[in-house]
Design a protein around this ligand. Structure first.
Ligand SMILES: Cc1cc2nc3c(=O)[nH]c(=O)nc-3n(C[C@H](O)[C@H](O)[C@H](O)COP(=O)(O)OP(=O)(O)OC[C@H]3O[C@@H](n4cnc5c(N)ncnc54)[C@H](O)[C@@H]3O)c2cc1C
Length: 495
């Protein structure tokens, strides 16, 4: 079969490799000038930055992917410990999130002597939730909403109350110290929302990050994942056409016969896999009424990101590899950041120093800094004329908190607002992680990985099932391939 994949994000690349390994002829069409999607790379002034993901969890999903494709892992991963460091106001030293719970808890014991028991009980609950749900709900396709709801009914009822709580409420039930609560609930931000509007169902991620797996770097930078996959795709003769944006389709009855790109070139195939946003593509390219602009606006989208790629001519030994800087007003900040640009007067942010582990990311004696500040997406903050003011606030705050003025040492600076994220990768309204993971937008309520109308269109990536993040994109590619296999019964499929 001839298969076209639209989008060379991690979801598109992984799907293309799985399909090519099964004997199909695959071509990838990518809008941007280089593959990777959000997992991209910026090279400037002698510095190399990963544009989006800076670490990942659920490494076993990579193992499963590698096994499925029968390849050797084309990049090297390195476990992190501490996983990350968190700077809280009024504390001179950061808290470190160590993999060892005793060591992690020890930092809080002078404020709350029972903290280790509290954290251990919380994590045991998260472990039960993970073990009872992930295989059943996250890693499978559903044939209908009824099938999904029926599956939910088969889950151990002991977890039922969790459905009615937020992440924050669940953490507060077990942990009494506010600072520990803030650190443990930070993972909700990794889902593009906040602990106050993310379901407690996602506390299963606490088990993954603290106990089951942890976080990993990739030696040489995260873009090595993309380079490794491209190398494997080449071996299977998969073509990647960059600077090719799909803007229209040709159809016959309930099948798509060709895609049309912005240069008016036709691309024919038997099957089309869309790695562009699964909701926005349905609305903007396929013109599905259920996803028209009005409906798209009513979905719940994740926050945007203001990202800074800074090169400085000094080393920063006082900073770890992954660092979070939080302010005084965690509750009100988190509750406003999705909708209200005013919170950016005192921004919260994350600083990654890729050159700590990968010396080739910066010239000798220099440091590469990647800073991410969660911000309202373009639905709530369409105007970014104040970008430089926000950037200066972040840099001033960082300089103050690490006791070193980085301003005079900046030799390279690039800024992406949600506007650039939208422009480069077609992220709807610059929403960093796509559709939010609210209960009414996950499982069978998320845009499915097969099209509702056209029999030969399928979807993969962050806004279809199961959701956002690198490991989820790998699971998504597996679910999409299974869907193609089941719906195209006569499809040749070499296992
Ligand atoms: C700032 C930031 C930090 C992040 N940090 C992490 C992290 O540390 N760890 C982690 O696991 N995840 C992280 N994520 C999330 C992770 O990057 C994404 O979930 C994942 O990369 C999404 O992959 P994808 O394949 O679904 O989509 P994408 O990466 O968005 O790929 C889709 C591709 O489709 C292309 N495309 C879109 N429309 C068209 C069209 N019409 N025609 C042709 N091509 C098109 C786009 O250009 C893009 O290349 C982060 C995201 C951001 C933005």
């Amino acid at each position: 079969m001839n298969i076209l994949v639209v989008g060379a994000g991690i979801g598109g690349l992984a799907t293309a490799l799985r399909l090519a390994k099964r004997g199909h002829t695959v071509t990838i069409l990518e809008k941007h000038f280089q593959p990777g999607g959000r997992l991209n790379r910026l090279q400037k002034d002698g510095f190399t930055f990963d544009t989006g993901p800076s670490f990942f969890s659920m490494s076993y999903e990579f193992d499963a992917f590698i096994r499925d494709c029968r390849i050797r892992c084309p990049f090297t991963i390195e476990p992190l410990d501490p996983l990350y460091s968190v700077y809280l106001p009024r504390r001179t030293e950061p808290f470190h999130v160590f993999k060892n719970i005793g060591k992690f808890s020890h930092q809080f014991e002078r404020y709350e002597p029972h903290i280790q028991d509290q954290i251990s009980t919380y994590l045991a609950k998260c472990a039960d939730l993970y073990n009872d749900t992930v295989e059943k709900v996250v890693k499978r396709n559903f044939s209908s909403v009824l099938d999904y709801l029926y599956t939910l009914l088969t889950i151990n009822p002991v977890h039922l109350p969790i459905l009615f709580r937020t992440f924050w409420q669940q953490v507060c039930r077990y942990i009494s110290l506010d600072e520990a609560r803030q650190i443990i609930s930070l993972v909700a931000f990794f889902l593009g929302r906040t602990p106050f509007d993310t379901s407690a169902v996602y506390t299963l991620l606490s088990y993954v990050e603290f106990v089951y797996d942890g976080y990993y770097n990739v030696r040489g930078g995260m873009y090595r994942i993309v380079e490794g996959l491209i190398q494997e795709l080449r071996k299977e003769n998969v073509r990647i056409e960059v600077n090719t944006e799909i803007v229209g389709v040709e159809k016959e009855d309930r099948r798509i016969t060709a895609l049309i790109d912005s240069h008016n070139t036709r691309w024919e195939a038997d099957i089309f896999v869309i790695n562009a946003d699964a909701a926005a593509f349905r609305g903007c390219v396929l013109n599905h009424r259920a996803y028209n602009e009005h409906r798209l606006r009513t979905f719940k989208w994740t926050m945007g990101y203001l990202t800074l790629y800074i090169g400085i001519d000094r080393k920063l030994p006082m900073l770890n590899h992954h660092n979070y800087f939080l302010g005084e007003n965690y509750h009100s900040y988190a509750q406003s950041v999705l909708f209200d640009g005013h919170v950016l007067e005192q921004p919260y942010y994350y600083v990654n120093i890729p050159s700590k582990f990968n010396s080739e990311c910066a010239p000798s004696g220099c440091e590469a800094l990647f800073i991410v500040c969660p911000v309202p997406n373009l639905l709530y903050k369409p105007n970014w004329e104040d970008r430089e003011m926000i950037v200066q606030r972040i840099l001033a705050d960082l300089s103050k908190r690490i006791g070193f003025d980085i301003h005079p040492h900046i030799v390279s600076k690039t800024v992406f607002t949600p506007f650039e994220w939208q422009q480069y990768f077609n992220l709807y309204k610059g929403s960093g992680l796509g559709l939010a993971h609210t209960m009414d937008q996950i499982g069978a309520f998320r845009p499915p990985n097969r099209d509702e109308y056209f029999a030969n269109i399928f979807y993969v990536g962050a806004s279809t099932v199961p959701g956002a993040g690198i490991p989820m994109a790998l699971i998504s590619s597996k679910l999409t391939c299974e869907r193609i296999r089941h719906t195209q019964g006569d499809l040749q499929w070499n296992d």
